[in-house]
Design a protein. Structure first.
Ligand code: HEM
Ligand SMILES: [Cu+2]
Lengths: 562, 245
């Protein structure tokens, strides 16, 4: 099916990072970035399914206008714990800590990240933070919303706020250390010839993400720290009774949490920047612009935060400025979208599963981003703030964008991670199920939001029911869509067809070593003499290049047949 | 990753390893700036809003103890710098000496901080239900550690402050939230620093550091200086601004 199929069938390498050592200790004490990535994969998946369970409870409850499943108090807990789990314990670590961890050293041609022990430490910190939060969930739950707004969270809530806040606080440090590790690695660990502008855009995206992580996460840490101390020891910064200011909490919270949405989406954009050139067999259009757009997003993302607070009574002048800046931050995202699309033009496109996810990403991210502009427009936001429109907006980006990118990346690099191929047709079907389920779940929510259904309420007027039923039905389809890859990817890790070093083939350094790689990644340190995504000057890829070196001609598509 | 002598397996040269570690520490310090930045912002906004309560809060701190601790920390920065220098020039005995001195000065700081914190508990100046900015002026007998002249002055100041800000007690709690929040976090960083220094001490006694290999001393030094600099900000913010006008 792929071009390689003509040669002899590839065999599993004798020695690789998975069979280098055995036993539980060799995993729990590993400093190998690839094994740590798998530790993250297991724990992040665990939290994904916990968060998914809460989501199903929400959707089932909203099947009928008066909801028969949950009490109001429980409903509050469900959407809160859903948000906290998904944002802090699934989406933020997902691509960086799993794929980034696994791939960045390989992509820059290094033996490991700069600080392997710190890398392991960040996984343990993540787990400890996760345990605190789980503890809060089973001992009273959490009902503040994922935003932990004061003074409700500090003074009034009867749920287990303190352990949850401490858990999120702790987990923040794992994110900080991961970002630090990536930044330093990209600066000092690149192989000879791997110049900045030969780096894959996946690495650029993670570089930008890491900047956000190290500048933003400490601010949420201190903010949640202060909130926790307020709840436990009676500090007063957010307590109006002492003259403190609850709105200050919102400012500090969003100062991190808007940039944090870019922690979630930038890595997914990085994945898409790898998928599209590979399956279009073309150098990415406007490489430098896409790299610069990542940095621009990281920087501008820090100056838009009060678009979450247009209705808090902030000064009109501030609101206008932040509305304007919100429009500005959409530009680099649009640049990327146009460049991905332009890459397709004249390419030899093949429709392997990762590419299906990339297409899904393009469409859904575009809807999510554009509706973000609606929300950033002052007059519009007054009407649809805190409605289901907002819920639909951020799910289009976080689930339609980030999670699609994550799954696309997982399929794309699964042969590298495990040495084996996933079942292609089953995977394509799952990708379709996900796409359909996703749109069924979240598109009706745009309509609900426009009709005026507020978010976070446990009942609604009967005229909203039809859209809620659609949404719940879609969520059930979506759930199947998520279970499928989990099952067949696990199966493929053990029984899939042996993949070979470079099954697609793709151009990155990670494909120049065996699959699965050795513990040291490369037998000899590679020397890079080619530009990123250059299919024309890479005879080693074994592609059919028509008119010789440097030819602008079209490279044959991945499948001979389509 | 395997380690060959001082060189960890992921690096090619000691120089690369040194650059990497140093860059890592600088980036970490950037995250620390953002971390302290959040609480300093909260401080700044409230200092601006509740000017009188904050000035009154400063008045209740002991300039002598705070000033002494500032000198102690500056001295510890000096001894730390000397430890780095000794390592760079392979003076093994001196590394151990200066590291020990730095640790000693750190503990002097903790001791003084303990005295200060204890006083605040004693004077009902810890945010919470028992907080009472008037406690000492109303119960002079219970605050015998404040001498009569100071007490008279405090009484005068507090009366003026209440005139300007009738809700003084509530707002003074914000000052003390900032005081305990900021000095507490700073102290926590010192504790971590002291732990790192003990580790360095152990390594230096084992003779690990020399002109070739002294990077741990260097980067722990960076951290220690950073923690000192934080105090250099905290001291004026908490003790000096608008004190005893
Ligand atoms: C790139 C990934 C993005 C993610 C993950 C994301 C996520 C979110 C989230 C979680 C919220 C809801 C916060 C809450 O009220 O609890 C939100 C709201 C908002 N988003 Fe986005 N967003 C993204 C991109 C954008 C873009 C590109 C724009 C605009 C150009 C935008 C504009 C807004 C605005 C204005 C709101 C506030 C709506 C309101 O509460 O009234 N977002 N977004
Ligand atoms: Cu935002």
């Amino acid at each position: 099916m792929r071009t390689e199929a003509t040669g002899p069938a590839p065999e599993m390498p004798e020695k690789h990072y998975l069979n280098a050592t055995y036993g539980i200790r060799s995993w729990l004490l590993t400093t190998d970035h690839k094994r740590i990535a798998l530790l993250y994969l297991a724990s992040v998946t665990f939290f994904f399914f916990i968060g998914g369970f809460f989501a199903m409870m929400i959707r089932l409850h909203l099947l009928t206008p008066n909801g028969y499943l949950l009490t109001p108090d429980l409903y509050n807990r469900m959407f809160t714990m859903h948000g906290v789990t998904m944002v802090f314990f699934f989406l933020i670590p997902s691509i960086p800590a799993i794929l980034g961890n696994f791939l960045i050293p390989l992509m820059v041609g290094a033996k490991d990240l700069a600080f392997p022990k710190i890398n392991l430490l960040s996984w343990y910190i993540y787990v400890v933070g996760g345990l605190f939060t789980l503890w809060s969930m089973v001992n009273g739950g959490l009902d503040t919303g994922w935003t932990f707004y004061t003074p409700f969270s500090t003074l009034y809530s009867n749920s287990a706020v303190a352990p949850a806040v401490v858990g999120v606080f702790i987990t923040g440090f794992s994110s900080i250390l991961t970002g630090l590790n990536f930044l330093v690695t990209v600066h000092t660990m690149r192989a000879p010839g791997m110049t900045w502008f030969r780096l894959p855009l996946f690495v650029w995206a993670h570089y930008a993400t890491s900047i956000v992580m190290i500048l933003g996460t400490p601010v949420i840490a201190i903010t949640l720290g202060l909130a926790a101390m307020e709840r436990v020891f009676g500090l007063g910064f957010f307590n109006p009774a002492m003259g403190g200011d609850p709105i200050l909490f919102q400012h500090l919270f969003w100062f991190y949490s808007h940039p944090a949405v870019y922690i979630m989406i930038l890595p997914a954009m990085g994945v898409i920047s790898e998928l599209i050139p590979t399956f279009a067999r073309k150098r990415l259009f406007g490489y430098h612009f896409v790299a610069a757009a990542s940095l621009a997003i990281a920087v501008i993302g820090f100056v838009v935060w009060t678009h979450h607070m247009f209705l808090t009574g902030q000064s009109t002048y501030a609101a206008v400025a932040f509305s304007f800046l919100t429009f500005i931050v959409a530009i680099p995202s649009a640049i990327k979208t146009f460049n991905w699309t332009a890459t397709l033009f004249g390419g030899s496109i093949s429709f392997d599963t990762p590419m299906l996810y990339a297409f899904g990403f393009l469409g859904l991210f575009m809807i999510g981003g554009l509706t973000g502009l609606f929300l950033g427009a002052l007059g519009v936001d007054i009407n649809i703030h805190d409605t289901y429109f907002v819920v639909a907006h951020f799910h289009y980006i976080m689930v339609g964008g980030a999670v699609m990118g994550y799954l696309g990346g997982l399929h794309f690099w699964w042969p590298k991670i495990t040495g084996r191929m996933y079942p292609e047709w089953l995977a394509r079907i799952a990708a379709f199920i996900l796409f359909i389920g996703f749109n069924f779940t979240f598109f009706p929510q745009f309509i609900l939001g426009i009709m005026g259904m507020p978010r976070r309420y446990h009942t609604y007027p009967p005229e909203f029911q039809i859209y809620n039923v659609m949404s719940t039905a879609g969520a059930s389809i979506l759930a199947i869509g998520y279970l499928l890859p989990m099952v067949y990817l696990t199966w493929a890790a053990f029984y899939g067809k042996v993949a070979g070093d470079n099954p697609w083939p793709a151009t990155g350094l990670e494909w120049k070593t065996q699959s699965p790689p050795l513990t040291e990644n490369f037998e000899v340190t590679p020397v890079v003499t080619w530009e990123a995504y250059d299919f024309h000057n890479r005879p080693d890829l074994g592609l059919d290049v028509p008119a010789g070196k440097g030819s602008p001609g079209v490279v044959a598509p991945a499948h001979g047949d389509d | 990753m395997h380690r060959t002598g001082a060189l960890y397996g992921q690096f090619k040269t000691l120089e690369q390893q040194k650059d990497t570690a140093t860059l890592g520490m600088w980036i970490f310090l950037v995250t620390e700036v953002m971390f302290f930045g959040g609480i300093m912002l909260a401080y700044t906004i409230n200092r601006h809003t509740y000017f009188h309560a904050f000035a009154m809060g400063s008045n209740t701190l002991s300039l002598g103890l705070g000033g002494f601790n500032t000198v102690v920390l500056l001295a510890s920065s000096f001894t730390m710098a000397m430890a780095v220098w000794s390592a760079q020039t392979s003076k093994k005995g001196l590394i151990t000496l200066f590291l020990s001195l730095t640790i000693f000065l750190g503990f002097v700081f903790f001791g003084v901080k303990y005295v200060e914190y204890a006083q605040k508990f004693h004077h009902h100046l810890v945010p919470g239900k028992t907080f009472d900015i008037f406690y000492c002026v109303r119960n002079p007998a219970k605050c015998s550690d404040i001498d009569a002249a100071d007490m008279a002055k405090e009484k005068e100041e507090i009366e003026a402050a209440v005139q300007a800000d009738p809700d003084l007690n509530a707002h003074a709690q914000l000052y003390y939230s900032a005081y305990f929040g900021m000095t507490g976090l700073h102290a926590l960083h010192m504790v971590i620093g002291a732990g790192l220094l003990f580790w360095l001490l152990k390594e230096s006694v084992a003779g690990r550091f020399n002109a070739e290999w002294n990077n741990p001393v260097d980067i722990v030094g960076l951290y220690w200086h950073f923690v000192d600099i934080v105090w250099i900000y905290l001291f004026p913010l908490l003790y000096l601004i608008d004190r005893h006008k």
